[in-house]
Design a protein around this ligand. Structure first.
Ligand code: PLP
Length: 692
């Protein structure tokens, strides 16, 4: 067992060892084509028939059909195609048929997408209508009763993939019955398999798709149940496999493995009981409550599968939570797996009427049915560790010890735009340059969290800072009079720049910030150390401008040019034009890193992830070195120090996936540091140590 705690079972699960062995056996020993009449084929066919018989008993298929396919997305297509072909035939015969395609508002995207696709392709011209759910995520049966008589097809799920909420299938069936609906009914049973008992033929469900990989079988295998007498049209035609219902030589490795999982379910000796699963969830929920103050659970536990928790934490985004859990080797997801890379609000939680901050910040923690006591115990310990890391990183308040305040230059980036904060920890004063509205929460958290006084909020081109000023409240030194750029009309200092111009300046700690002309209609700001009443070019560490400042006598050879637009992720630039280095020349992979570090004992390993990710890390740094934490937003400050020092000391940047570290290494190379490298693929590809 490795060090990873996998709590994303609703996205996919590991393959049951006995199922993997069965797949292996069928690929090596029983590799025959089950359609072949010879002995090798017959040995494979026994496995195919055995898996089907087991599935039919387990799901109560009765006289209905049960075909193997590639997974639930295919099963959904087949069900929708079958239903809509029947609708089209009725339309052609002039028979009455509903006009609505009704689907639960919290369905997996495969359902509305398939409905829209086949409705368009078949020209059935039905109206797609989302059936609302209540605050618990249960289908609104009153609306269903109203709409069902006019529905041609109704699609609902047995259990939701984001919340685990178990649908009231009996209530839906009754609403369809009472309202006299003749609609065909598909129930997506993907998340229910192995967790809810199903007796399909005893219901009026017409179609039920299943997927193997959600229940410890491999990806690429699934099943579709079709009620006896329900319309059926094959999606794939060819050699007539699966009695002509789904052509194509069967995925025997997948089917053999799924057969083993189904047999284990039938025997009831492999997976934990419901009571055990409820106990595991209660322990995870307690651990979350203890570690994350104010945590809110978005799914009603009493109405959901015991294997799913969906939660949000006030003031912490789902991206931040995901990154911290990932650093602690705890795999969770933000919303559904398909949209996990974008931290968009969850449409499932939106449909439940959950407030936006919760739906945009939601984390799903779900465990597979194979979870055991030891995994839950480690998961709870890691959750506590993540809570501590979020406190250390300042993302949640710590009533016992405030984290060290930041000092120096901090870059705040949002989608190619960047703002900057100049922070002086000793005097607890700050100046903000080009804040964007999206940065308000972050700036306010830093300022309030460490009790900074904001001396000025300035812009390179005109900007409205009123909302930020309001959010900062008494922390902002309100200047009665400012120019159109937020610069105070009266400043205590007058300084002479390298070009002889006399300008106003604000002192912050031992440094000064001076305002000068930028490009057309804009202002630039210079940060450095004054020499009496002068700010010589060589003393200017950073220059902030809307467009890169042309070399001029006010900046020196070591001045770093800090953009306020950074669409190409440059972070900052130097005055000298240095040719871009091909990415391949900067990359070190995990295999070559050890040798590199042995050959360069003076190399520094720099971790550019956020402080909370760094604090949450449970893996030793690659190459056995101690990594130094320099989050990407602090890189420019540190770059100015590295460049002044021994600029040949090798720097190996690391991060989660190799993305941020590549930006850092490229930035240093462009600034003339010839020994900067990035760990390819990031820590995600580093070998996982074995669990203690
Ligand atoms: N339906 C639900 C509820 C799911 O959770 C998923 C998988 O995420 C699917 C359908 C699609 O399943 P498959 O990956 O087998 O195509």
């Amino acid at each position: 067992m490795n060090n990873e705690i996998y709590l994303d079972g609703n996205a996919t699960t590991c393959v049951l060892p006995a199922a993997a062995a069965a797949a292996f056996e069928i690929m090596g020993q029983r590799y025959g084509n089950p359609s072949s009449a010879h002995g090798t084929g017959l040995r494979a066919k026994v496995v195919l028939d055995g898996a089907r018989q087991c599935a039919m008993r387990l799901l109560g298929v009765g006289a209905g059909r049960l075909m193997f396919n590639s997974g639930a997305t295919e099963g959904i297509q087949t069900a929708v195609l079958s239903a809509l072909v029947a609708v089209r035939e009725r339309q052609a015969r002039g028979e009455p048929v509903g006009t609505l395609l009704l689907y639960g508002a919290t369905e997996h995207k495969a359902v509305p997408e398939a409905l829209a696709h086949w409705n368009r392709l078949l020209g059935t011209n039905l109206t797609l209508t989302a059936l609302p759910v209540d605050g618990d995520g249960l289908h609104d049966l009153v609306v269903l009763r109203e709409l069902a008589p006019d529905a041609a097809m109704i699609c609902t799920m047995a259990a939701n993939n984001e919340t685990g909420v178990v649908s009231n299938l009996a209530g839906i069936a009754a609403a369809m019955q009472d309202s006299g609906s003749g609609a065909l009914w598909m129930v997506d049973c993907v998340q229910a398999l192995g967790k809810l008992s199903l007796d399909l033929a005893a219901t009026r469900i017409d179609y039920a798709p299943f997927s193997g990989h959600k229940l410890h079988a491999p990806k690429g295998v699934g099943m579709l149940y079709v009620r006896a007498g329900a319309p059926f049209t094959p999606l794939i035609m060819g050699g007539g496999q699966e009695t002509g219902q789904r052509s194509g030589t069967e995925n025997m490795a997948g089917i053999a493995a799924l057969g083993v999982v189904l047999a284990a379910l039938e025997r009831g000796d492999t997976f934990p009981s419901h009571a055990q699963l409820h106990g595991y969830r209660a322990r995870l929920a307690d651990a979350l409550r203890a570690a994350l103050p104010g945590v809110v659970f978005n799914n009603p536990f009493d109405k959901a599968l015991p294997t799913t928790i969906n939660f949000s934490v006030p003031g912490v985004s789902s991206r931040e939570l995901m990154d911290v859990f990932d650093a602690a080797q705890v795999r969770v997801s933000a919303g559904s797996a398909c949209s996990a890379s974008k931290a968009a609000p969850s449409y499932v939680l939106d449909a439940m009427g959950v407030p936006l901050w919760r739906s945009a910040g939601a984390i799903r923690m779900s465990f597979g049915a194979l979870v055991d006591e030891a995994t839950i115990a480690t998961a709870c310990a890691r959750i506590a560790h993540c809570g501590a890391a979020l406190r250390a990183g300042g993302l949640i308040a710590d009533e016992h010890a405030a984290p060290e305040p930041d000092d120096g230059l901090l870059q705040l980036g949002v989608d190619g735009e960047c703002g900057w904060m100049v922070l002086d920890a000793a005097s607890r004063s700050a100046i903000v340059i080009d804040p964007l509205p999206d940065m308000t929460a972050r700036i306010t958290a830093i300022v309030r969290g460490h009790n900074y006084r904001v001396l000025a909020l300035v812009a390179t081109s005109g900007a409205d800072h009123a909302p930020l000023i309001k959010a900062l409240g008494a922390h902002y030194d309100d200047q009665a009079l400012t120019d159109g750029y937020g610069w105070p009309a009266i400043t205590a200092h007058r300084l002479t720049l390298g070009d002889g111009a006399e300008v106003n300046a604000i002192a912050i700690g031992s440094q000064v910030l001076a305002q000068t002309a930028g490009g057309e209609g804009t202002r630039a700001y210079l940060l450095g150390t004054a020499d009496g009443a002068r700010l010589p070019a060589t003393n200017v560490r950073f220059a902030f401008a809307a467009q890169p400042l042309a070399p001029s006598p006010v900046t020196g050879p070591h001045t770093l040019l800090c953009p306020t637009r950074d669409t190409s992720n440059q972070l900052c630039a130097g005055r000298a034009e240095i040719k871009a280095t091909p990415d391949a020349d900067l990359q070190l992979d995990c295999g070559s890193l050890d040798a590199f570090l042995l050959a360069h004992p003076d190399a520094l390993v720099i971790d550019v992830r956020e402080p909370s990710e760094f604090a949450a890390t449970v893996m030793p740094a690659p190459g056995g070195r101690v990594a130094h934490s320099v989050p990407l937003g602090r890189l420019v400050e540190r770059a100015s120090v590295w460049l002044h020092g021994d600029s040949c000391q090798p720097l190996v940047f690391i991060c989660r996936s190799g993305n941020r570290s590549m930006k850092a290494a490229q930035c240093l190379r462009r600034l003339g540091h010839t020994g900067s490298y990035s760990l390819t693929g990031g820590l995600a590809l580093a070998p996982l140590p074995l669990a203690a």
